[in-house]
Ligand binder design. Structure first.
Ligand code: NAP
Length: 303
């Protein structure tokens, strides 16, 4: 069921920072009767000029619409605002797109359940200026009925994905997507440092890397499949062959006085996998060592 096939479903937006304002402006533009509230009331004026209703309190704003989108700075702000809307939450679908941790999302879901509301957690990847275009990716998880009911309104904001009923999974997706970018980019910057330390042409190198990076795209999917089933082919060549390069990669960095922590980690993981008798497998099989070395959840929580 998707009642938002009627694009005029009323929506409340709580939090009018850069992202909340972009969300509210988009909803007004798509014809949703939109109610807004912000702690600093003056930030609502441009939206009022566009036709949004400005609520006096956060509880009044929640009472105004069946769908309530919360977009605040962080989990502390969400907790502060939730305390003030407890009496108005019953029967509402609360979609919280404030960035946060899976644990915060699950706690917010429990809070909503206690107060008779359906809770959907969300993460937004994209620029406020692009909200309303398919470039903006929104990940949601949590109450399925709440999500399905208002999917249409949420799709007005960008490209939408639903990651299941665990309220924490949208945050897992968001944090993992951000982390993949950071892991890749810090490796790239370390390599640029190596190129410049050698007096080589960093711009030309970057252009060539932009081409070779495309070759890794099919590996992203095949690694995911290998990890899911625990079967590892000799992707990137066998570990025996790849290991032969590792000492050169480490010593090249050492010779330039550069950080070697990532290359040493890869070498150690390869050594462990080879000594476990899997040297004929490929790079993806290092996942097994990482997974093996990860403390079990209970142990991690005890620390
Ligand atoms: P922002 O411009 O700094 O706005 C923060 C909002 O939180 C303001 O409405 C602020 O109200 C409110 N707030 C902070 N503490 C509060 C409290 N204790 N009680 C009530 N309200 C409080 O931030 P933003 O850029 O809109 O980001 C909002 C969320 O979107 C964040 O979780 C961010 O990670 C996420 N996001 C942002 C971007 C981006 O590029 N901006 C991109 C993707 C995701 P006041 O106006 O009263 O200070």
């Amino acid at each position: 069921m998707n009642v938002d096939e009627n694009p005029r479903t009323p929506v409340t937006v709580i939090g009018l920072g850069k992202m909340g304002t972009a969300i509210a402006r988009t909803l007004v533009g798509r014809g949703h009767p939109t109610t807004v509230w912000n702690r600093t009331g003056s930030r609502a004026a441009p939206l009022a000029a566009l036709g949004a209703d400005v609520a006096r309190t956060a509880a009044d704003a929640v009472a105004a619409s069946p769908l309530v989108i919360v977009c605040l700075l962080d989990g502390t702000a969400v907790e502060a605002v939730f305390e003030t809307i407890a009496g108005a939450a019953r029967g509402k679908v609360i979609v919280n797109v404030t960035s946060g941790s899976p644990a915060q999302a699950r706690a917010a879901g429990e809070w909503a359940q206690t107060h008779g509301a359906r809770y959907v957690d969300g993460g937004i990847m994209g620029d406020p200026a692009a909200v309303g275009s398919p470039e903006v990716l929104l990940s949601f998880s949590g109450d399925r009925v709440g999500f399905d009911t208002h999917r249409g309104a949420l799709e007005d904001l960008g490209t939408v994905g639903y990651h299941g009923e665990d309220a924490g999974h949208a945050a897992v997706e968001f944090l993992a997507q951000v982390a993949v970018g950071y892991e890749f980019l810090i490796g790239l910057l370390h390599t640029f440092a190596l190129i410049t330390a050698e007096g080589a042409d960093v711009v030309g190198f970057a252009e060539r890397v932009a081409g070779t990076v495309e070759g890794y795209v099919p590996l992203v999917k095949s690694f995911g499949e290998a990890v899911a089933v625990g079967e590892y082919g000799p992707d990137l060549g066998s570990l025996h062959v790849q290991r032969a390069l590792m000492d050169d990669l480490v010593s090249h960095r050492e010779a330039l006085g550069m950080d070697t922590v990532r290359m040493r980690e890869i070498r150690r993981l390869m050594d462990r996998r080879i000594s476990d008798g899997h040297g004929d497998q490929g790079f993806s099989s290092l996942f097994e060592v990482l997974n093996d070395e990860r403390p079990h959840r209970d142990e991690a929580e005890d620390e």
